[in-house]
Structures are given as C-alpha cells and as structure tokens.
Write a protein that binds this ligand. Structure first.
Ligand code: HAM
Length: 420
C-alpha cells in the first residue's frame, strides 16, 4: 500500500460536509462586505515569497517546498496567499477598480513539524483589501472576520491586536530590543541567539519557556511607535468599539511574516492546544511597492481551515447529511419503472439512490439503513400492476402504498428536506 505523505491529509466526506458549510458561510459573509473571489496559482516563483515574507523568517528559511523545474527555474508551492494576491493585483492592474477587496480559498504548503492543528498541506480562507490606509479598514475587515465566526456560532474566540509600527519607528524599536537582548544573549535558545541581529522581533515570539521568561521585561513595541502609528492604532481601537467588537492588546504578538506594518492581530481559542491561532493577519503597507507596484496599502487575514473545522466540531456543530430516498425495484419490469422514478426524483431535487437487483430485497434494505435513508420506496410486480409503490418510513418503520403518479410532489409534503 502506498500511504499519503506525512502532514498531507485526505479530507473525507464526513469532514467535507463541514468544510462546505464553512466555505458557503464565508462566501456569503464576504459578499455582503463587498469582497469578490480571486483564484491564485499554487506554484509561484520562489523570489515572490523570499521578497515578501522575508529571508530571515522560519517560513522562507526552512519551511518552503522549493524545487527547480525542468527549465531550471526555482519555484515554490505557496506557503500563504497574500504574496500571490499582491502579485496578481500588480500584474492585472487591479488598482484601477474602485474597490480592491478579494478573498481566496485553498491549500498552502509549509514543511513544519506536524501536530494537532499543524500540517504540511493546510487550507486557508483569506481576504485582502488594497488601497486604503484608513484605520476603519482594519476594524471593518476584523468585523467581517468576527461576523463569520458569529455566523458559524463560534463565539468562544478571542481577538488580540498589536501595532508593529512603520518603517520610520520600527528600526528604533529593533535597536532598543537588540540592546536588551544582547545583554541576555547567553541565556537565550540557540535559534534566538542567531536571531538577535537578523530579526530581533522574532525572539519576542519564541515559544521556548526560557526565552519567554528572559524576554518578559523586554521593551514594549507600543512604547516605541511614532505619533502617526499611535494615532492609527488608537483609531483602529475606536472603530473596533464602534463595530462593537471586543479585543485585547498583546504587545508581544509579532507574527511570523516580515511584511507587516502597524496593526497585526490573531484570533485565538483555548480549545486548540499549542497551535491556538485560528486566524491571523494585519496591515502590510509597504508590500505592494516592495513587489514592484505603486505605494499602496494593504490589510488582510487568513483563517486556518483545519483549525476552524476542529473548533466547530468541538462546539458540536456537526452538519447532518441531507436525507436520502432509497429505491428498490424487484424484477426486470419493476426495475425499468424504478429507474424512471429515480430520475424524476433526482430532477425534482431529492437525493435518491437505487439498489442493485442481484442484492435481494433484504440486503437492499440493509444498505438503505446503512446509508441513513429517510424513506425507502419498494416497487414489485404487484405494486406496478396497480400503479403504486410501497413507501417505508425508515425512522418509524411504518409503510403504506401510494400512487406513483404525483410521487415527487407528494414526497415534498412529507417534510423530507430537498437539496437547495
Ligand atoms: P499565518 O499566521 O502564517 O498568516 O497563517 C494564518 C493562519 O493559517 C494561522 O493562524 C493558522 O490558523 C493557519 N495555519 C498556518 N500554518 C498552518 C499549518 N502548518 N497547519 C495548519 N494551519 C496553519 C498568513 O498566512 C498570512 N498570509 C495572513 C494574512 C493575510 N496577512 C495579511 N493578509
């Protein structure tokens, strides 16, 4: 047997019902906020990610699936969607449209150590807004994300926000932090010792208990941001209040991608274990320019689909499969008529299955039971001669003979849910 690759999962039908429910909810919510769907490629030039996510991030340093194609070009399986959406925004001159709000769904790839809620192929639902650096965009996009959680009846999540400042004030903070960390260098983990010079902010985000302890009195970025960034952050908080959204401030949240400026955030749940962020994102005002476009602002987020599905399951949000009708035709003549009925039922929107003759009626009833059929319809010679069919309610066990003519209409009144 050839098994699947570690960290790459099959999503089976029980799970896909839940995923489809999430996707449908997301599409509906995003539409009401003026977002439209963009489909981006799974493969991109490696440079797109190294230039946007940052050369010294974990993702670029050690987690990307990168290879040379037959033309010796370095390509990478996308580890996230933002960089690709920015590339598409520039490439297709999408800045000419009055609103540039996009959402996307699909698999991302990171060579991480698999554990609960962390996989090597995982799915994201993401959204990005371009061209408006108003703080209301940050609050409104967060309101949309939280509204989606409300629609999914997941109220047990927390929004944490922070500001990472801009290209003017962040270098000053980095300097302060470097001085603080240099004095404690020997005590930090090996990874963090290396990061002090290259990317000191990441040290604050280290998950090692020792590093957390050592950096607990590190200078806070919120004490270092410039006046403009402070006003922006204060306004984001003001608008979040106007949208009636609760949040807490976490000055240690630095995020694992380098493109962020000003607002960053995470939506967390204590039901997820170590990988507690179900969604995350922020503002990235320099990224469009960095990738060759105009000086355009950006704000966005991505939800981790597996983690969201896990939360929904925890909350008991199991989606029941739609009821099925199971048809049984006994004998050659009955089978011909049963096929006609099967087609009619499906074309009327019912989910209908039909058993196979060689199984015998008892076995077919067992199959109907296993399928969780709501109704079984049995057609034998006797029924056929009277233009009738036996209708068995699989829940109550009651059965009755009904006319074949008008069957689909009659079934609709029986409160069997129809496909939309
Ligand atoms: P990120 O924080 O790297 O941000 O990922 C966003 C979410 O994807 C995480 O909060 C988590 O739920 C999920 N996720 C990440 N890695 C894994 C994994 N290995 N297995 C399962 N789930 C995972 C981004 O990707 C940014 N592009 C978000 C963004 C959009 N920022 C601005 N716009």
């Amino acid at each position: 047997m050839i098994s699947s690759i570690r960290g790459f999962n099959d999503i089976l039908s029980e799970e896909t019902i839940l995923w489809q429910h999430i996707e449908e909810c997301a599409r509906n919510v995003f539409k009401t906020y003026g977002f439209s769907e963009i489909r981006i490629p799974i493969l991109e030039r490696t440079e797109l990610f190294s230039r946007s996510i940052g050369n010294t991030t974990d993702i670029v340093e050690k987690e990307m699936y990168t290879f040379l194609d037959r033309n010796n070009e370095s390509l990478t399986l996308r580890p996230e969607g933002t960089a690709s959406v920015v590339r598409a925004y520039i490439e297709h001159k999408l800045y000419n449209s009055p609103t540039a709000k996009f959402y996307y769904l699909g698999p991302m790839f990171r060579y991480e150590r698999p554990q609960k809620g962390r996989y090597r192929q995982f799915y994201q639902i993401g959204a990005e807004v371009f061209g408006i650096d108003e703080p209301r965009v940050d609050a409104e996009t967060l309101d949309m994300l939280l509204f989606l959680f409300n629609e999914l009846k997941l109220d047990n999540v927390k929004l944490e926000i922070n500001s990472l400042g801009c290209k003017e004030c962040r270098p000053l903070y980095k300097q302060k932090l470097k001085i603080f960390l240099s004095n404690k260098k020997e005590e930090l983990c090996e990874n963090c010792q290396r990061r002090i010079d290259a990317n000191p902010l990441r040290v604050i985000d280290c998950k090692s208990q020792k590093c957390i302890e050592i950096t607990k009195d590190a200078p806070s970025i919120l004490d270092s941001i410039c006046g403009n960034c402070k006003t922006h952050f204060d306004d984001v908080k003001k608008y979040l209040a106007l949208f009636d959204r609760k949040y807490s401030i976490n000055p240690r949240m630095v995020r694992g991608l380098d493109y962020y400026t000003r607002t960053t955030f995470e939506i967390t749940s204590n039901k997820l274990g170590a990988q507690n962020a179900v969604a995350a994102g922020g503002r990235y005002d320099g990224l469009v320019k960095e990738l060759g476009g105009h000086d355009t602002s950006g704000f966005g987020f991505a939800i981790g689909m597996e983690r969201l599905a896990l939360l929904l399951k925890e909350a008991g949000g199991i989606i029941e499969p739609e009821p099925t009708i199971f048809l049984i035709g006994i004998g050659e003549k009955a089978e011909i008529e049963a096929i006609r009925i099967l087609k009619e039922l499906r074309e009327s929107g019912f989910i209908a299955e039909m058993g196979y003759q060689n199984k015998g009626i008892k076995n077919q009833m067992k199959i109907a039971d296993k399928l969780g059929a709501r109704i079984a319809l049995i057609l034998g010679d006797d029924e056929l001669a009277n233009n009738e069919i036996t209708l068995k309610d699989m829940k109550t066990g009651e059965q009755d003979r009904v006319k074949i003519e008008g069957l689909a209409t009659g079934l609709k009144t029986l409160n069997i849910k129809k496909q939309a």
